[in-house]
Write a protein that binds this ligand. Structure first.
Ligand SMILES: *Cc1c(COP(=O)(O)O)cnc(C)c1O
Length: 427
């Protein structure tokens, strides 16, 4: 028996999910800019509405351009199915809508994107969903934070803003011990650096807005189903395990066990909440993903050069970059992300808040803005912007204290990036 050789990552990044258009032969994936699809006849229409036949009905739920993006990210992450939505936050909303009932709790890491801390701790409260934050660096304390109400565990693989590395296998052990799905936000790593399903994740979410699209031009979010969690008969998750009258009494977990989560996210949560992705954005995100391996390697190589330079700079108090041998996350970086520790990291400036504001204002090549994962180098001062709604204690816990500057290193010539930092720090 000869094992079939699976295509490599760079091949999947270009080809997965795509084929020449069957009608026109178009080689690039066309933008199917249509809201709806003609049924062959009334029987087919009824079968599609009843989920007895898969096929397009309406672009809120499926679209052929978006479907290519979904297949591509599922292939790159090694999942069974995926769902594309309007933004990273929409992806998170749909994931939790699938899992949570009023009174349930999410156990989340403390080191998270600031917008996610807001989403979890404020807006989700209005749905009756509670959140409990615990630091994954203290895995015993994290495990002790699980309660009978905990329905989901949520962490970032490489965490915003400090670029710290999460010990995914340790967290997965906690999740498995309690039969709770582990959701990993893989935005800052991208599947080029870390493939969380290989370390025990059950569901992956992405802000495709960042490195996947990679060029700062389109919002998008992705949910990837690992097909690993057995939802069947688990009454804690009624969306997946209870019959749905509108689909003829279908129990999603029983009928589609390998991609139940992605299907429920589409056929229930996206259908009813509605944050669908524009096919035009799906097209741009697909174009971005084709060069993901090339860009990501250059991002990482540049980031290591910049972090090494800053660590020796006299105006700099500390650098938090897991790619530096002296960093406390270096061993985890070697294990989980051997190709590079990502391109988003923080450093602390001597003289604190005022000096940090002065420095970000003086940068010229860097753009001062609230995004990461662009070809261009980006900078922000989290304490006064992305993390300003957090309490001082939450800011420090999230790695966003007053002296902290966050960089997202682009793919420009590294000498120019370093020269820009030097002139701003000399001021
Ligand atoms: C940006 C970001 C999000 C939110 O994604 P949007 O596309 O902005 O909605 C979530 N998680 C991380 C790690 C992010 O960087």
């Amino acid at each position: 028996m000869s094992a079939e050789v699976l295509p490599g990552f760079a091949t999947l990044a270009v080809h997965a999910g795509a084929a020449p258009d069957p009608t026109t032969g178009a080689r690039a994936t066309p933008i199917y800019q249509t809201t709806s699809y003609v049924f062959a006849n009334a029987d087919q229409a009824a079968a599609r509405f009843g989920l007895q036949e898969f096929g397009n009905i309406y672009t809120r739920i499926t679209n052929p351009t978006n479907a290519v993006l979904e297949e591509r990210i599922a292939a790159l992450e090694g999942g069974t199915a995926a769902l594309a939505v309007a933004s990273g936050h929409a992806a998170q909303l749909l994931v939790f809508h699938n899992l949570m009932q009023p009174g349930d709790t999410i156990l989340a890491a403390t080191k998270l994107y600031g917008g996610t801390v807001n989403q979890l701790s404020h807006s989700f409260k209005n749905f009756g969903w509670n959140v409990n934050f615990a630091d994954t660096d203290d895995i015993e304390a994290f495990a002790a934070a699980v309660t009978p109400q905990t329905k989901a565990i949520f962490v970032e693989s490489i965490a915003n803003p400090g670029g710290t590395i999460t010990d995914l296998e340790a967290v997965a052990k906690v999740a498995k011990a309690h039969k709770i799905p582990l959701i990993v936000d893989n935005t800052l790593a991208s599947p080029y650096l870390i493939r969380p399903f290989e370390h025990g994740a059950d569901i992956i979410v992405h802000s495709a807005t960042k490195f996947l699209g990679g060029q700062g031009n389109s919002m998008g979010g992705l949910i990837v189903d690992g097909g690993t969690f057995d939802w069947r008969g688990d009454k804690r998750y009624p969306m997946l395990c209870e019959p749905h009258a509108e689909y003829g009494g279908l129990i999603i977990a029983d009928t589609f066990p390998h991609f139940a989560f992605a299907l429920a996210a589409r056929a229930l949560s996206l259908r009813d909440l509605g944050p669908s992705l524009s096919p035009f954005n799906a097209f741009l995100l697909l174009n971005g993903i084709e060069t993901l391996p090339l860009r990501m390697q250059r991002h990482c190589d540049n980031a290591l050069l910049v972090a090494t330079h800053l660590a020796q700079h006299r105006a700099v108090e500390w650098v938090s970059y897991a790619g530096l041998p002296e960093d406390r996350y270096y061993a985890l970086a070697k294990k989980y992300t051997p190709l590079g520790a990502g391109a988003v990291f923080t450093f602390g400036i001597k003289d604190g808040y005022e000096a940090a504001l002065r420095t970000v204002s003086k940068l010229k090549l860097f753009s001062l803005l609230a995004n990461v994962g662009d070809t261009r180098s980006l900078v922000i001062h989290p304490a006064s912007t992305t993390h300003r709604q957090l309490t001082d204690a939450q800011k420090i816990a999230a790695g966003a204290g007053p002296e902290v500057i966050r960089l997202s290193i682009g793919i420009e010539d590294p000498r120019d990036i370093i020269a820009d930092l030097d002139q701003a720090l000399a001021a």
